[in-house]
Design a protein around this ligand. Structure first.
Ligand SMILES: Cc1cc2nc3c(=O)[nH]c(=O)nc-3n(C[C@H](O)[C@H](O)[C@H](O)COP(=O)(O)O)c2cc1C
Length: 247
């Protein structure tokens, strides 16, 4: 099984998205999957210009000659596509969205009705099903901060002629995985173990249990306590003119 993961955080390997994504991928690899990560921020991907040349003039070919040529090849070969993105203004980062928009070249203009809904067929009538999983983190504490991005992910999987939604592994207050690693190592480990196990299940069962989808989200600190500690730290950072990374 080929697992292709996109990390859409501009912080790439320094972010929480990468921590949970790589833990998931280690689990998947331990169960025999071949895994690959694309750091989208590193790639040269131009915005879709909405010209529709890829549909009508040079079918399947985008006017932009950039890293999307390789990314489309990688997606074609994948069995499971993981979109790893922090929540940015309640949705995917611009890096992920820019990449997704450019996938329009892989579809065709014709409209077919699937499951009582307008859809575009994939180019060449490809039949291979690719499962699609969301892995996300955010700064706020409530799980409902992920509602819009999960909804979007489900819609993307439906719109992909060959996509099938597998689920979402979401981690609110992602920063607690760093903040509490000395204070509550057991708690942090149990969350990361759940991401690892989810990788194993994704490969061995083709699904991820509700229990694991819950386990990756469990709070490690009362939210009120987190708010007090975070606000205190923010005052200090502003006084010292430092970012959280420099502290
Ligand atoms: C531009 C921007 C927008 C953000 N919007 C949200 C948001 O809408 N809700 C939220 O809970 N966190 C938001 N955050 C916080 C990030 O989701 C959080 O810092 C996350 O850990 C970043 O992931 P990373 O560590 O992988 O870069 C935002 C951060 C930035 C920089």
């Amino acid at each position: 099984m080929k697992v292709l993961a996109f990390n859409g955080s501009p912080r790439m390997k320094n972010g929480i998205t990468d921590k949970i994504l790589q833990t998931f991928l280690k689990g998947a690899a331990s169960a025999g999957a071949e895994t690959e990560t694309v750091y989208v921020a590193k790639k040269n991907i131009k915005f879709c210009s909405g010209c529709f040349n890829c549909w009508f003039v040079h079918p399947g070919k985008c006017i932009h000659k950039d890293d999307m040529i390789e990314i489309r090849r990688q997606i074609k070969a994948a069995d499971l596509i993981v979109l790893g993105s922090p929540v940015y203004f309640d949705g995917f980062t611009a890096q992920i969205k820019t990449m997704l928009d450019r996938l329009i070249a892989g579809g065709m203009p014709f409209i077919e009705i699937r499951d009582d809904h307008f859809r575009h067929p994939s180019r060449g009538g490809e039949k291979k099903i690719r499962k699609m999983l969301l892995i996300s983190t955010c700064g706020f504490g409530e799980k409902d901060n992920f509602d819009p991005i999960i909804h979007h992910m489900q819609a993307i999987a439906r719109n992909f002629a060959t996509g099938e939604y597998m689920g979402a592994l979401v981690r609110p207050v992602g920063s607690t995985l760093e903040m509490l690693k000395d204070e509550n190592p057991e708690g942090v480990k149990s969350v990361l173990d759940a991401f690892f196990q989810a990788g194993v299940e994704a490969v061995t069962k083709g699904t991820i249990s509700e229990e694991l989808q819950e386990a990756v989200s469990v709070p490690l600190i009362p939210l009120k306590e987190f708010v007090d500690r975070a606000n205190k730290m923010f005052h200090e950072l502003i006084a010292e003119k430092k970012t959280p990374k420099q502290k």
